[in-house]
Every structure is written in structure tokens, then in C-alpha cells.
Write a protein that binds this ligand. Structure first.
Ligand SMILES: CC(C)(COP(=O)(O)OP(=O)(O)OC[C@H]1O[C@@H](n2cnc3c(N)ncnc32)[C@H](O)[C@@H]1OP(=O)(O)O)[C@@H](O)C(=O)NCCC(=O)NCCS
Length: 371
């Protein structure tokens, strides 16, 4: 039988899965989430509603949302051995390494671990939504030798997440901006981390193993790690002129500018970046951070002029995190926490319609050798 000869490096443009969860409708500059527009959802619905839409397949009514919030609150405390494992990791470890290890350690504590039924993976999803923020915040506070912050029952999901990291109760504006940021990051079709997670899930291994594959993928600087690099660049640049010089120097040295370009959008604006740009503008207005917005805009202008490239979500999300007081090493872990909603949805969908991923290669090595 003739071999399929089409080879696309990086699987660029290849349709690798059929899904009801989301789609990047690039022509219409829209990110479709179960029929809705992601940007509209992010502006009008709390993150947990978007998570419910993704994982359960429909938006929750008021009672369902309250029930979800209560169930998450009950599942929030981490098993003590998981806290102990986090405490034993080097103080210098990157928070993504803490998250990967913590999530891996959490799996065996889940009573539904080996059950792939829809009911069991829903219960697991609630535990994951509850505990991933806890792993991130607890790991960070342990590293900083700061006391672990218990959730405040008066605060919502996103406000508590931010509070558990910073130890400072966010204002309503800050909580709303963080909630919008989580919703914007919640799902994005088939990026490397989601692909990694469904490839792993297709062996019918457990849901936590598939999520751990997602963390491992997201850590890379070409994927989730870009948001941290963006903030370091903005801090180093200090002023718009400084940023212009920095970008030109990097481009002259053939370096990539983090926060620009995207495999799917590439020469179009990532619609999520536009939303975060607006959020940043509102957040810094009248604060000492006002200059940060002009700084970012200059970077955007320079990259468009020099390379015809547009910012991706990470470019404008990084300064939003910064203004909210989130420590830079936590930018990628928080991206993952937000993305658990999408990942859980994809893993559940994979279990429900499974076909093992097993592609082929184009062999370019020698043949017919003998010892
Ligand atoms: C996201 C990314 C990996 C997509 O890359 P890709 O689809 O593999 O695209 P390519 O690497 O083929 O790049 C195409 C061209 O654009 C250039 N390019 C792409 N992103 C660039 C960037 N951030 N800075 C400078 N040049 C860039 C490449 O150098 C290449 O130019 P060339 O054709 O002259 O060699 C890439 O844009 C990138 O590295 N961005 C920075 C990291 C980042 O922000 N990641 C977060 C993504 S949400």
C-alpha cells in the first residue's frame, strides 16, 4: 500500500482533531467557544461560568453557578502530603516545576482517578479547578517563606486566587480584571499544550497525567513562557524609546521578540490581545503605572513597522499581571490555571470519542546496514 507522503513540520495547518469545544475563526477575527464569542464571554461572564460552559457543555444558570462555587470551596484544601512535597522542592525551582510536581502528586489523592466516566471526570474537574490555584499559591508562598493564605469565603473564585498569591485582598476593579484575564486565557482550540494533553489522554491514561503533559508543554518559552519574557523586556526597556532600541537590537541580532507572532494569527492581531490592551488601559488610568500602556503601544508600533507582526495575548496580559501585583514567575502558572477549563473539556471530549494518536514518520535515515 502506498505510504501517505504529506509531511508538515510542526503539523502546521493539519487538522488533528474534531471538536465541539472551540475554533479560531481567523477570517472573522473571532474565537468561537461552544458557539459563543470568547471575548463576549470574557467581558460578560465570570470565569467560572466560562469554565462550566467549556467542561459541562453549556452556560450554568444561577443555581448551578452557586453550586459549582460551593463545591469548589469544599474541595479547595490541598492534601497535606502534597503541601509537604511542595515544601521539599528547591526554593529556586521555577513555579511551573512546582505546579507540574504538585499536580502529579495530587492525582493519587483523587478517588475517581481511574474512572473515565463523564460523572467521574466532572467531579475530578471540580477538584482540579479548586486545587490548581492552591498549588500555585501555596508553592509560591512556601518559596517566599510567607504564611499560606486561607481562602476568604466572602471573596469569589478569582479574587481568592489573587488574594492567596499576594496576601492582599484585591479591590473590585482588580478582581474583575483578574477574572477577565482568566476567562480570556481559558481556551484556545489546539495549542501545543492542549494537543499534548489529548495525545496523552488518548492512551486512556488518567486525567491528571494528561494535565501534567499540558503543564510540561506550557512551560516552554515559545508557548506559555512568553508572558514572563515580555515583562522582563518591558522592565529592562523602562521608556518607549528604550523599548524601541531594545527591539531593534534584538531584531538585528536575529532574536525573537516575545509576545509577538502566532502560528495561527501570525500577520493578524490576536483578538485576545486587543481585549487585554483595553483592560490594561483602564487599569493603569490615573495610577503610577500609566506609562506602562504607552510603553507597550510603542513596542506594538515598532514590531508592526519592522516585521509586520502583531502582539499575541501574552504581550498585553503580562503588564496586566504586573499591575495586579502578580509576581513575574507566576504568569505562566496562572495561564495554566485559567487554561485548565479548556484542557479539562478537551480531555473529557477525548475520552468520550477516543482514537489513539499514533502518526507515522517520513524516514530519512539509512537503510540496509548490517553488523
Ligand atoms: C509563536 C511563534 C512560535 C509562532 O512561530 P511559527 O509559526 O513557528 O512561525 P515562524 O517561526 O515560522 O516565523 C515566521 C517568520 O516570522 C518571524 N517571527 C515570528 N515571530 C517572531 C517574533 N516574535 N519576533 C521576531 N520575528 C518573529 C520569524 O523569524 C520568521 O521570519 P522569517 O520568515 O524571516 O524567518 C513565534 O511567533 C514566536 O516565537 N513568538 C514569540 C514567542 C511568543 O510570543 N509565544 C507566545 C505565543 S501565544
Amino acid at each position: 500500500m502506498a505510504e501517505e507522503t504529506t509531511f508538515r513540520p510542526g503539523l502546521e495547518g493539519v487538522i488533528a482533531a474534531e471538536t465541539e469545544i472551540s475554533w479560531l475563526d481567523v477570517d472573522h477575527e473571532q474565537i468561537v467557544l461552544r458557539g459563543y464569542d470568547l471575548l463576549e464571554l470574557a467581558q460578560k461572564c465570570p470565569y467560572l461560568s466560562v469554565a462550566h460552559l467549556l467542561i459541562a457543555g453549556r452556560l450554568p444558570d444561577k443555581e448551578e453557578l452557586t453550586a459549582l462555587e460551593q463545591e469548589i470551596a469544599q474541595e479547595t484544601p490541598l492534601p497535606q502530603p502534597v503541601v509537604d512535597i511542595l515544601a521539599k522542592l528547591p526554593r529556586t525551582a521555577h513555579p511551573m516545576d512546582l505546579l507540574r510536581t504538585g499536580l502529579s502528586a495530587l492525582g493519587p489523592f483523587d478517588p475517581d482517578l481511574e474512572d473515565h466516566s463523564s460523572e467521574a471526570t466532572w467531579r475530578q474537574s471540580i477538584r482540579v479547578l479548586a486545587r490548581v490555584p492552591q498549588i500555585i499559591a501555596t508553592g509560591w508562598r512556601l518559596q517566599q517563606e510567607e504564611p499560606i493564605v486561607e481562602n476568604d469565603p466572602k471573596l469569589g473564585y478569582s479574587a481568592n486566587f489573587l488574594y492567596s498569591i499576594t496576601g492582599k485582598r484585591p479591590t473590585q476593579t482588580e478582581a474583575a480584571a483578574f477574572d477577565e484575564l482568566l476567562a480570556v486565557y481559558s481556551e484556545h482550540e489546539l495549542p501545543n499544550s492542549t494537543f499534548a494533553a489529548i495525545v496523552v489522554a488518548s492512551t486512556l491514561t488518567d486525567l491528571y497525567s494528561a494535565l501534567v503533559a499540558g503543564v510540561a508543554s506550557l512551560k516552554g518559552p515559545l508557548h506559555g513562557g512568553a508572558n514572563e519574557a515580555v515583562m522582563h523586556m518591558l522592565i529592562e526597556a523602562k521608556t518607549p524609546d528604550g523599548l524601541e532600541r531594545l527591539i531593534l537590537d534584538k531584531l538585528a541580532a536575529k532574536e525573537r521578540i516575545m509576545g509577538f507572532g502566532h502560528r495561527v494569527y501570525m500577520h493578524k492581531m490576536d483578538p485576545r490581545a486587543q481585549l487585554m490592551k483595553t483592560a490594561l488601559h483602564q487599569l493603569v488610568a490615573g495610577t503610577p503605572h500609566e506609562g506602562l500602556f504607552d510603553l507597550c503601544v510603542r513596542g506594538e508600533e515598532v514590531m508592526h513597522r519592522e516585521k509586520g507582526l502583531y502582539p499575541n495575548l501574552d504581550y498585553y496580559a503580562a503588564p496586566v499581571y504586573y499591575v495586579l501585583g502578580v509576581p513575574i514567575p507566576l504568569y505562566t502558572p496562572i495561564f495554566f490555571a485559567a487554561r485548565t477549563a479548556g484542557l479539562l473539556a478537551h480531555i473529557r471530549e477525548q475520552y468520550a470519542h477516543n482514537r489513539l494518536f499514533r502518526p507515522r514518520v517520513r524516514y530519512i535515515g539509512p537503510q540496509g546496514l548490517h553488523l
